[in-house]
Design a protein around this ligand. Structure first.
Ligand code: ATP
Length: 303
């Protein structure tokens, strides 16, 4: 395996409705869709679609969604040997209500994802040791994230930490042990308590984080592109201009693609350029994983 994603699987339960029910009211909604998501799974699928050998360490619930989640990962070639069932728990689910104006109302139930423990990492130790890169997010318990970082350090494995969703109390000492720390602008704002609405503000907030000892900070800025900061050096990647249809999962697309190219050639600016193009391509389609191009479609997008 090249890449191990230790993270979440979620099932999106999407109801399309023009009217939201009031308390005590029952309404009929015109449409419904079921989607596979979760930041961990999205990033694993993005890298796998590009041809990376990817394994996941993750927990699913003891319910109907578990089999569907595992089958979905396998269909993209993600190794699921260490995607296991948390007994007596539901899978992670996200009931989402989308109205006529495409406004979302989302509830997140972490379910089995909250049951991924350091012991699950130890159980996967042999396979993890053979990986070159660990990719982590914060939809699983922090002690599990910290254990994974410590494990990676002990075994000389590179680590990307995507601090999403922003969690109060993230121990920055662990973030500093990671090779890449990759927040979006909202997470940067929450982590630093500083404004991030202009480029100058983003760089100031980034410098503040770097000052605490981070090695490489890569900030994604939506339609404003992305930036890599290391010491005093700043490398800016402009967005690839596209007609955006649905930007959900763009950050996960960026990170999964960056991970793939990082271990392919180790050239950070080139990996960011590829990630930027891959994420731009993903926002031209609806959904998250289904909007990610495979290697052929990505090649066509680039030419
Ligand atoms: P999500 O939480 O929906 O996964 P995010 O907020 O973590 O997304 P963003 O910073 O919005 O991630 O986007 C990630 C990257 O995707 C950006 O750095 C950029 O390269 C690309 N991107 C996002 N939106 C657009 C857009 N409208 N046009 C072109 N590229 C885009």
């Amino acid at each position: 395996m090249d890449i191990a994603v230790i993270g979440s699987n979620m099932v999106d339960l999407i109801t399309y409705t023009s009217t939201m029910p009031k308390a005590g009211e029952t309404l009929e909604a015109p449409d419904f869709a079921l989607g596979c998501g979760g930041k961990g799974a999205n990033q694993a699928v993005a890298a796998a679609k590009l041809g990376a050998n990817v394994m996941m360490v993750s927990k699913v619930g003891e319910d109907l969604f578990a089999e569907n989640t595992i089958r979905n990962l396998q269909q993209f070639g993600v190794d699921t040997q260490h995607v296991t069932v948390a007994r007596g728990t539901s899978s992670g689910v996200a009931p989402i209500f989308v109205d006529d104006q495409s406004q979302n109302r989302i509830l997140i139930i972490k379910g089995a994802n909250a049951r991924l423990t350091p012991a699950d990492i130890d159980a996967a130790a042999e396979e993890l040791k053979a990986c070159r890169l660990l990719v982590l997010q914060l939809e699983i318990p922090l002690p599990t994230v910290y254990h994974a970082i410590t494990f990676a350090r002990q075994h000389g494995i590179q680590v990307i930490l995507n601090p999403a969703p922003a969690v109060a109390g993230l121990d920055i000492d662990y973030a500093c042990q990671c090779d890449f720390f990759m927040p979006n602008e909202t997470e940067l704002e929450i982590l630093t308590g500083m404004p991030v609405s202009s480029d100058d503000e983003v760089l100031r907030a980034g410098q503040m984080l770097l000052g605490r000892g981070l090695k490489n900070l890569i900030i994604t800025l939506g339609s404003r592109g992305s930036v890599w900061m290391q010491g005093d050096a700043v490398y800016r990647v402009e967005p690839v201009p596209v007609k955006a249809v649905d930007t959900s999962g763009a950050g996960d697309a960026f990170i999964g693609c960056f991970a793939h190219f990082l271990i392919q050639h180790g050239d950070i600016p080139r990996a960011m350029q590829s990630a930027s193009a891959f994420a731009a391509c993903s926002v031209t389609g609806r959904g998250t994983q289904r909007s990610y191009p495979d290697a052929d479609a990505f090649h066509r997008f680039l030419t």
